[in-house]
Structures are given as C-alpha cells and as structure tokens.
Write a protein that binds this ligand. Structure first.
Ligand code: ZN
Length: 306
C-alpha cells in the first residue's frame, strides 16, 4: 500500500465563497455527500463569517450539521474569530480552521486585525474550545505565507514568526497557505523547511492556489519536503474575496491523479471525484469548472496506488 497523503477538500468553503451565485443548501449537502462517497475523508464545508460579507456561507451551520451525519468524514469549518469558532463548535464541527494572515495588509482586509492581534485571537479560541466538553481540533493557517497581492513579497522570517506564535497558542496544527498563489517550488521548500525547524510536527499541511499555474509543482516541492496533507478544491474553484488577484485552488481531481500516479495513496476514487463535478455545476451553473483530468478524461492506464 502506498504511503498515505491526506487531501482535504475545501471547495464548499474556498470554492464557493467567491462564486457569483449562491449554491442552494440542499445541493451543497448532496455535493458534500458525493465527495465523501468518493472517499474524501476531510472536507472544509463552510465558514462562520457574517452573511452580509459572504452570503454564500450563510447556511454553514446547517451544512455542518448535515455533513457530520456522514460516516467517517472529518468536518472542518473556517472561523475568523472567537464568535465564529463558538458557532462552529455549536454546529458540531470536528475541526475549526482559523486564518492568520502573515501580511499586514491582507490581515487587516480579511479580519480587521494586525497579524499578531489575530494570533492572540487564536489563543482566545484555543482557551475557549479547551474549556468545552467536546474535543475539537484547531488548525491555524498562515495565510499569504508565500506572497500577497496587497503587501507584495512576504519574508520567510515573517512566516516563521507567525507560525511560532500560533504553535505557542496551543493550536493543534499550523498550515501554510498560498492564499493568492504567488509561491514557487523553491520558495515552498525553503518556507516549509524553516517553519518545520521552528515548530516541528505541528506543521500540518499546505493550502495552494494555482493562480500562476504552479500549483502542482508546489505540491511536488511540498512532498519532497515531507508534507503529507494538502488542501484542494474540486474543479479548481476558489479565491479570497479580500485578496485581489487570487484565483482558484489546485483542482482536487488533478491532485489525486498526480498523487496516486506517483504511488501515494489518497483513499479517493478518481472517477467518483470527477462525477461529483456534476453536482457542483448543478449548484453554481455559471461558475467555470477547471481541471485537466476532467477535461482529458481519466486515462485507461491509470491505477490507484493502493
Ligand atoms: Zn484559499
């Protein structure tokens, strides 16, 4: 059996948050169920943000509740602050993801706080969650870790400082996010290496966008540095409403094709994943669906790693 790589589907959150139309809740839940049935074991199903800012996410509590009924699925939800985390906890999320932008400009646009004010908010969330009855995993993500469309270049030292601050809050996991997709493979290697040297196994995974077409090259760089968890969005949807110029995530279908072809086991059925695009299209018919595997068709020579 191939070495395991975890793929977390973030399409229902990152993918839909900038969609021009709002996916009906019933279709969203069916889509998430189809992804889970294809073997996806971790899905970020939405975010607890004010509906007036991100109306696509207004039904997140209902979606979390429905998704937690699916067997064997880890249901993650994004929350930018304590209030959102409390709502995520109340809805039954298994993991709460909190974005912490390394870039001052994006941090203020996204959460109205400076980076280290947001690190302190993660500390308050950890403290509150730990005092609750149900154990919930907390992942903090260093957003704009590889560049920012507002502030420009981001230094490795700045990423390390934020990652160290987050690890010190007691968060379970710290991810690195290329929010706008400006990262390159050499940079991925250097930043992953530096952050791992600083916080060790708390470095959980990479969240990559394909803005410049370097998404899978960046995955490869992460794999070579020992990263075994990646976020991706079906059909390469995605972007951040508060990060001008950001484009789609790496496409889950293409990521799974690459990983399985290389001998890494994802547990995901590629044909089932491609078929789940139909529900995505039914829910947001005006969004362009990307992804090379779906366009070309799964080659007859393709074999899963398992
Ligand atoms: Zn993203």
């Amino acid at each position: 059996m191939g070495e395991r790589v975890t793929v977390c589907e973030v399409g229902p959150r990152d993918g839909l948050q900038i969609a021009r139309s709002i996916m009906p809740t019933a279709i969203k839940v069916q889509w998430i169920a189809a992804l889970a049935a294809a073997g996806v074991r971790e899905i970020e199903v939405g975010s607890f943000v004010p509906p007036r800012l991100v109306p696509q996410m207004a039904d997140t509590a209902a979606v979390v509740r429905a998704a937690t009924a699916l067997p064997g699925l880890l249901v993650a939800a994004l929350a930018p602050n304590l209030k959102g985390a409390q709502n995520a906890y109340a809805a039954g999320a298994h993991r709460i993801s909190i974005p912490v932008s390394v870039s001052e400009g994006h941090s203020r646009a996204n959460t109205n706080r400076a980076p280290f004010e947001q690190v302190a908010e993660v500390g308050r969330i950890v403290e509150w969650v730990r005092a609750q009855e149900r154990p919930v995993s907390i992942e903090a993500a260093c957003a704009t870790a590889f560049g920012c469309s507002i502030d420009g270049a981001i230094s490795t030292a700045a990423v390390v400082r934020v990652a160290e601050g987050l690890a010190a809050t007691g968060a379970d996991r710290v991810a690195l996010a290329d929010t706008v997709g400006y990262g390159n493979p050499a940079q991925i290697r250097a930043v992953v290496r530096a952050v791992r040297a600083a916080i060790g196994p708390k470095l959980s995974g990479l969240h990559l966008h394909d803005t410049m077409g370097l998404g899978l090259a960046n995955v490869l760089a992460g794999l070579e540095e020992g990263v075994r968890a990646f976020d991706a969005a079906l059909a390469g949807l995605g972007g951040c409403p508060f990060a001008p110029g950001a484009s789609g995530n790496i496409a889950t279908e293409d990521l799974v094709f690459m990983l399985e072809s290389m001998g890494f086991s994802t547990g995901i059925d590629l044909a089932g994943l491609v078929a789940a695009r139909d529900l995505l299209h039914a829910g947001v018919p005006n969004e362009p669906l990307r992804g090379q595997v779906a366009r070309a068709g799964i080659p007859r020579t393709f074999r899963t790693a398992a």
